[in-house]
Design a protein around this ligand. Structure first.
Ligand code: PLP
Length: 427
């Protein structure tokens, strides 16, 4: 889409006035003294999340062990409750969705279920730009099955160090490939892959494929009925604002119901047999058969609250604003910051980008430190990327405008030069 923006603070304020989601900012705990641009790493807390967590504590306090039967058993079935609230974000059936663990554990669960190597078909395709934990999990399952990583793992190379070409992935889909694991949105460059096309090409060759939605969920709508992937995983603490370490999610396509879960645990039992305490596992009929242990209710309650905001706003409106506000940020970068050595490192087309802008600068590291001292919270990714995520639910156009002024000053006044180049872990 072609956007038509103008420079100036008054114009930014007028965009806020016309923002249909602006009323939702007050539901979040926004620190008005700073500009939070890191909702892609850890989303802000909300009153909705807080209320749900408080309520959970009260139920525990009052009911003790009876919590599992309280309120029509919704806590015993809490993953199912969250699945119902969540399903519109990926357009899937709630029976295909579960909440447990972290992305990493859920990749282990998915791969141990779907990676069934044979001597003819045993390779797994990943990409060289993916997040390390996804790769560690993939390598470990290859080793557990008795194959050699050097032989069985295919890492798709990037041509430009930022993005992955769909045709390069497809070119590697040979007869010896068993499975593919890819991110929907690349965590550094914000590239959104053509999930539908890549999934279709994989299936035409008899290859199973799963997606890691870490950097798209809650920001980009997904149509899983159209894409039809075999499985997917996501976390809930980034765009979904579920809180640090909140319980992750997993999707298992219903065509795989009835397959034996790679990892088994008693919460994966059918409801009617879970408490029979038999040593014969009686796996549940749908995705719930892939659950493992007792629901971590306090890491799930904030998601319950937070999802209400998503359903109220609607994921389509969220995506619309996200595309618009990130396009506005790119417009300001192009017009005001390129002369200071800044550039946009993410793809430009709406269909090829996620919810953050990858701002590149050779001094990105020291600039990111200076931003913090200017009360802007960005995040930095080696070697030269500052990720800036104006979040549809709580950031304003005015904040984006002010942010760009700060970025300009930091380089124009050489503010970054007072920081050491030596890397310290910034938490
Ligand atoms: C954030 C992120 C993770 C984190 O995994 P956890 O196990 O939930 O800590 C994994 N993969 C990707 C692509 C991520 O962006």
């Amino acid at each position: 889409m072609i956007y038509d923006f103008k420079d100036g603070l008054e114009y930014a304020k007028s965009l806020d006035k016309h923002d249909k989601l602006s009323h939702l900012r007050q539901r979040f705990y926004v620190n008005e003294d700073e500009i939070y641009m890191d909702g892609n790493s850890l989303g802000l807390s909300s009153r909705d999340a807080e209320d749900a967590l408080d309520k959970m504590f009260q139920v525990w306090k009052k009911e003790a062990i009876r919590i599992w039967g309280a309120d029509e058993g919704q806590y015993f079935n809490y993953s199912k409750k969250l699945a119902k609230k969540f399903k519109n974000l990926i357009n899937a059936d709630d029976e295909e969705i579960i909440f447990m663990g972290s992305i990493t554990t859920n990749i282990h669960q998915a791969l141990s279920t779907f990676y069934k190597p044979t001597n003819e078909r045993y390779k797994i395709i990943v990409d060289e730009l993916n997040f390390p934990s996804d790769i560690y999990a993939t390598k470990s399952i290859i080793e557990l099955k008795g194959y050699k990583v050097e032989d069985a793992l295919i890492e798709i190379n990037s041509r430009d160090g930022r993005t992955i070409q769909e045709e390069d992935i497809i070119a590697e889909m040979k007869d010896d490939v068993a499975l593919i694991l890819l991110p929907s949105v690349l965590y550094r460059s914000s590239q959104l892959l053509d999930m539908k096309k890549v999934t279709r090409e994989a299936h035409e060759r008899g290859i199973l494929i799963g997606w890691d939605l870490a950097h798209s969920i809650g920001s980009v709508p997904h149509d899983f009925k159209g894409i039809d992937p075999d499985f997917a995983v996501w976390c809930t603490y980034k765009y979904l604002n579920g809180g640090p370490g909140a319980t992750a999610g997993m999707y298992i396509n219903k065509k795989h119901f009835g397959k034996s879960a790679g990892l088994k645990g008693w919460f994966g039992s059918k409801d009617e047999s879970q408490f029979l305490m038999s040593h014969e596992f009686d796996q549940d009929r749908d995705a719930n058969g892939w659950l493992l242990g007792t629901h971590n209710l306090f890491s799930m309650a904030p998601i319950d609250g937070s999802l209400d905001i998503f359903n109220e706003a609607g994921i389509k409106s969220i995506r619309e604003k996200s595309l618009h506000i990130t396009a506005y940020l790119m417009y300001l970068i192009d017009n005001k910051l390129t002369k200071y050595g800044y550039s946009v490192g993410n793809p430009r087309e709406d269909s090829r980008r996620g919810g953050h802008v990858a701002l590149e600068h050779e001094e990105a590291y020291r600039i990111s430190l200076a931003l913090r001292d200017n009360k802007v919270i960005p995040d930095y990714r080696e070697p030269n990327v500052i990720r800036l995520a104006p979040i549809a639910l709580y950031n304003t156009y005015e904040e984006v405008f002010i942010l760009v002024g700060i970025l300009e000053n930091i380089v124009n006044n050489k503010e970054y030069e007072k920081y050491s180049l030596e890397r310290v872990t910034v938490l």
